[in-house]
Design a protein around this ligand. Sequence first.
Ligand code: IPE
Ligand code: IPE
Ligand code: MG
Length: 248
Amino acid sequence: MTYSGRVPGHVAIIMDGNGRWAESQGLPRLEGHRRGAKSVREVTRACRRLGVRALTLYAFSEQNWFRPSSEVDALMTLLGQYIRGERREILDNDIRLSAIGRVRKLPDAVRRPLESLMAESENNQGMDLCLALSYGGREEIVDAVRSLVTAARLGKVQEGQVDESLIAEHLWTSHLPAVDLIIRTSGELRLSNFLLWHAAYAELYFTDTLWPNFGETQLIEAFREFSRRNRRFGRVGETVPPPDAEVL
Ligand code: IPE
Ligand code: IPE
Ligand code: MG
């Protein structure tokens, strides 16, 4: 599919609606998550092809641990399978895999393949693929504050040095560029604790499409809409560059 409009540098997606998709087909929720993994593959490929620099996918939130344990277990099994199954695709396409969130809470069957693929792909430069796993935006800010307090106690940071870029450096996303576009599928109009700091000047795109029905066509539609937006960052006029490209 051809697309010649503006391509956001960093796209972040709240992949929602797997359960409702399954219900609409008379299938168990797990089947929705399985189909969701197909969308992940298609959208990742499309982003790589279109020249996106970084793609962050909200796969499991810190709050999702409170789902029934049978669903959590099934999601963890699927995640482990996904990471092992995508190894070749990720390495062959020069993709650098990373993760944000309380990753240490993940079961070994997810954490081990994740950490080994992150290490194997760490020098890749084609695109960043970042999985938000056991992720929460408030938790991310809490951890950043904790590490700044520790640094201050050790005398490594003075109060006057604390500014937006220092905070951004202490977030889990410090290795990624600023977020340009946040997409949420399934018709919900909320962020559900996703990238709270980064959402400050990201463009937001909401679609009723359920995640298992979201693919390259729908991604390009979101990019078309992104192309039509004027990003002013508080200033006057047409789209302008962000005031400080280093600040997330
Ligand atoms: C998104 O789909 C996947 C995860 C949150 C892990 P849901 O499971 O939230 O699907 P709905 O929102 O119930 O339809
Ligand atoms: C957000 O979806 C989390 C992920 C997509 C991983 P949820 O389905 O958990 O969000 P709520 O519960 O509708 O806010
Ligand atoms: Mg949901």
